[in-house]
Design a binder for this molecule. Structure first.
Ligand code: 4AD
Ligand code: MG
Length: 483
């Protein structure tokens, strides 16, 4: 008999139907009721075993965590909680799980802390929370491809090993084939990368943007969706050393088109998850409610998880310039009462406490901040025309989300060859390393714009998980690369 997935059984099976299901035992009560899960849905199939009909040796092996194949007939469920159940006629034990060992793991059916679950990232997929999170993570990634494909974008695979530092922050992991105990040095005692695998120093990419721009300047509209790596020593709940980024890039778009595209995409993703992940979302919504109830009233979310997604899809994002944002912050009672840890003044970057204040207290919605000072934004961002001397800004945009902070960072790009060349000099970007990028401005240059979405931060938002380590299967953070 061919196996049927539990999601299909629960949706479509008819009373009296004979079928085979396979999965992992989540619970086995009274030597009679098996809760079986196969990952196709958060919901278990209840299977009823008449123990008189089976040999004791087989029954003993049905334990939490074990994998089994169950053949039987679908009947109306006698108990509350499910419409149908499986009356088991044959049991195949596929893989045993020792009950004493299971006791020590996250499979033991009780509430575990997320920290404990993280230590068992190899097994946490077996829990309801992580089943839900990773099914939704898949849906978000699928939604992103759908969104861009529908708009006629091309998915461009940009390199993971690269010689350039797109963001200019110097936070790169080196890639080398050298024998680390015997690294070739040149006459001056410096490392001789000409002897290395690629004949030059290379690193893991921090962004696919520069290469995506080259694609956009011929294909019109492209996007990347790949892993990016940052060797920044940030121990926060929002930073990973390895994360996935989505980077669209569009020829002829200006900063306003760029904001429209990003807002549309973010709304599309929220909408897609509400429409396609209803069971998992409902589970996470309830989970968050329980978690919130144990918090002091002033730390609770004003809206529930599903309400937050609805809010995003039905409300315009607030758009304002950096200069306006600084004004709002400096005029806030929070600022006047000296409640910010970091000072606010024109010319320094906003700290996450400032961003969160704007999003969570002042506007209570996603906020797009544009036109930041040129001094602390990347070299490739387009210089705004007609700036007051000393107050030069660039056509940058950051999208800030409640509970997350920066979700998207992007800009219109500097398309003018001479201005870009000067920016490279000002920012100490080595022209020899990105000669190809500069050259793209020599042959039919056009205004263009793009942005980067932190994929895991989006998954955090739509699942309500508050630590980024809990939305990527195997997180890489400073000091930690287990599994
Ligand atoms: O703002 P960032 O650094 O922008 C870029 O890399 C541009 N090249 C994007 C572009 O214009 N094509 O990063 C983009 C987004 C951030 O807004 C944030 O959501 C996420 O990537 N991000 C991180 N996510 C997890 N861990 C980290 N360490 C992250 N650093 C950035
Ligand atoms: Mg940024």
């Amino acid at each position: 008999m061919k196996r049927i997935k539990i999601s299909t059984v629960l949706k479509e099976a008819t009373i009296g139907q004979e079928l085979l299901v396979k999965g992992w035992v989540r619970a086995f009560r009274s030597n009679r009721f098996i809760q079986l899960n196969d990952g196709s849905t958060i919901n278990n199939l209840q299977a009823v075993v008449e123990f008189e009909n089976f040999n004791e040796e087989v029954l003993k092996k049905i334990s939490i965590g074990a994998s089994v194949g169950l053949t039987g007939k679908i009947v109306e469920s006698q108990g509350a909680g499910q419409r149908i159940e499986l009356q088991v006629s044959a049991i195949e034990i596929i893989g045993k799980a020792d009950a004493d060992d299971v006791q020590k793991t996250v499979m033991q059916p009780k509430r575990h802390s997320l920290e404990f679950l993280r230590e068992q990232a190899h097994l946490r997929f077996r829990t309801n929370v992580f089943g839900a999170v990773f099914r939704i993570r898949h849906a978000v990634s699928f939604a992103i491809h759908q969104f861009f494909n529908d708009k006629g974008f091309y998915y461009l695979h940009t390199p993971i090993i690269t010689g350039s530092d797109a963001e200019g922050a110097g936070e790169m992991f080196h890639v080398t084939n050298f024998d680390l105990d015997n690294i070739p040095k040149d006459k001056e005692g410096k490392i001789d990368f000409s002897e290395d695998f690629f004949g030059k120093a290379v690193n893991l990419t921090v962004s696919g943007q520069l290469e995506a721009e080259l694609g956009a300047l011929a294909l019109g509209q492209v996007y990347t969706f790949g892993p990016t790596f940052r060797a920044e020593n940030s121990h926060t709940s929002r930073h990973l050393a390895e994360f996935w980024m989505v980077e669209p890039e569009v020829a002829f778009n200006d900063i306003h088109d760029n904001m429209d595209l990003a807002e549309d995409m973010l709304k599309y993703i929220c909408d897609y998850v509400m429409k396609n992940c209803a069971d998992d979302l409902a589970f996470l919504n309830e989970r968050e409610k329980t978690e919130q109830a144990s918090k002091p009233a002033n730390e609770r979310n004003e809206l529930g998880l599903i309400e937050r997604l609805q809010f995003v899809t039905t409300n315009d994002f607030k758009r304002m310039t950096y200069t306006e944002a600084v004004d709002v912050l400096m005029n806030s009672s929070h600022y006047k009462k000296k409640k910010f840890k970091y000072d606010v003044n024109w010319g320094t970057d906003l700290q996450s406490e400032h961003e969160r204040y704007l999003v969570e207290k002042e506007f209570k919605r996603p906020v797009i901040i544009t036109d930041y000072p040129a001094s602390f934004k990347a070299f490739y961002m387009r210089a705004n025309d007609n700036c007051e001397p000393g107050k030069e800004t660039v056509a940058a945009m950051d999208i800030l989300f409640p509970g997350i902070g920066e979700m998207v960072g992007g800009s219109q790009r500097e398309e003018r060859y001479d201005v870009l060349k000067q920016k490279c000099a000002d920012f100490g970007v080595n022209e020899e390393e990105i000669w190809w990028y500069l050259e793209s401005r020599k042959f039919g240059t056009v205004p263009h714009a793009g942005f980067g979405l932190g994929f895991e931060r989006m998954v955090m938002f739509v699942t309500g998980m508050s630590n980024i380590r809990d939305v990527i299967p195997f997180p890489r953070t400073p000091g930690s690369a287990e599994f």
